[in-house]
Ligand binder design. Structure first.
Ligand code: CP
Ligand code: NVA
Length: 303
């Protein structure tokens, strides 16, 4: 390996630079082509405080395919759920396992694990970011278009964890990104500032008009309007977001013929119509599959 990522934490998309992301993409390609066959007798621990199908299963499959194994540290039946402090849990787990993947609420919970662990920590979704998702999605875009330069990505919907990671990763990779969210649901200033700090030439555009965002899009991306842990706002958001559905009406305003992406799970008839999801199912399920290949590459690099 030419790039050394051993023991690297991955809490935010900004934890990998352009060269390192390209390294992970190339490693994931070798893994997909079966030209990478190193074996790792390593153990991955999963601490998931929110539901998950793709992230949990793709990480578990990824470590098995690398020759390692996986322990599900379900907070409900470990002492984590009974309030054992992170500083104790992290120091204990560092003695048994080699890498920890955590799905949780605030980013500071992940930072506390990093502070007390001697093993790398992977953010498997927090309220702030979903970096494995964005990394994998740009890999999918790279596979489909054969490049990332001159790609216009339009994200339509809630400026949530997935949108934040897409913004940061797009800034590192030099992908043009437009975000269309209803008023008061635009990306936080801190994320916009972070994207600018990473690449002062980044072309992030924020609008309240989905038609404006998708006009020149090659890729339209959407995610749920209500993220896990924010369910109390669901009814209000369903009303406020109703003009932000990725459907045929919106797509027919595009100049190009964009591909449609969704990280899943999807709520058909809300952020995406059933018709558009099914028309793009090949891309959307390729996205889901690539989660496993990218995480296999990430694990191989950091363990
Ligand atoms: N996209 C994604 O992270 O899905 P899960 O919530 O099923 O892991
Ligand atoms: N924004 C969504 C992503 C789910 C994969 C959530 O946090 O619930």
């Amino acid at each position: 390996m030419t790039v050394d990522l051993k023991n690297r934490n991955y809490l935010s998309c900004s934890d990998l630079n352009l060269e390192e992301i390209n390294f992970i993409f190339n490693l994931a390609s070798s893994i997909k082509n079966n030209t990478f066959n190193q074996s790792y007798k390593k153990t991955l621990g999963l601490i998931f405080e929110k539901s998950s199908t793709r992230t949990r299963c793709s990480l578990s499959a990824a470590i098995f395919k690398l020759g390692g194994n996986c322990i599900d540290l379900n907070p409900k039946n470990t002492q984590i759920g009974r309030g054992e402090p992170i500083k104790d849990t992290a120091r204990v787990l560092s003695r048994y396992i080699d890498v920890l993947a955590i799905r949780t609420f605030e980013q500071k919970i992940l930072e506390e694990y990093v502070r007390w662990s001697q093993i790398p920590i992977i953010n498997s979704l927090s309220d702030e970011e979903h970096p494995c998702q964005a990394l994998s999605d740009f890999f999918t875009i790279w596979e489909i278009f054969g490049k990332l330069s001159d790609i216009n990505l339009a994200y339509v919907g809630d400026s949530n964890n997935v949108a934040n990671s897409l913004i940061i990763c797009a800034s590192i990779l030099g992908v043009n990104i437009s975000i269309a969210s209803p008023k008061n649901f635009e990306p936080d200033d801190a994320i916009v500032f972070k994207a600018k700090m990473i690449n002062e030439n980044n072309t992030l555009k924020v609008t309240n008009n989905p038609i404006e965002a998708v006009e020149s899009a090659n890729v339209i991306y959407t995610d749920v309007w209500t993220s896990m842990g924010q369910e109390e706002d669901k009814e209000k958001k369903d009303e406020l977001f109703k003009n932000f559905c990725v459907d045929q009406n919106l797509i027919s305003t595009c100049k190009n013929d964009p591909i449609i992406m969704h990280c899943l799970p999807a709520y058909r008839g809300k952020e995406i119509s059933d018709e558009i999801l099914e028309k793009n199912q090949e891309i959307i399920f390729k996205q889901a599959e690539n989660r496993m290949h990218i995480q296999q590459a990430l694990l191989a690099a950091i363990m």
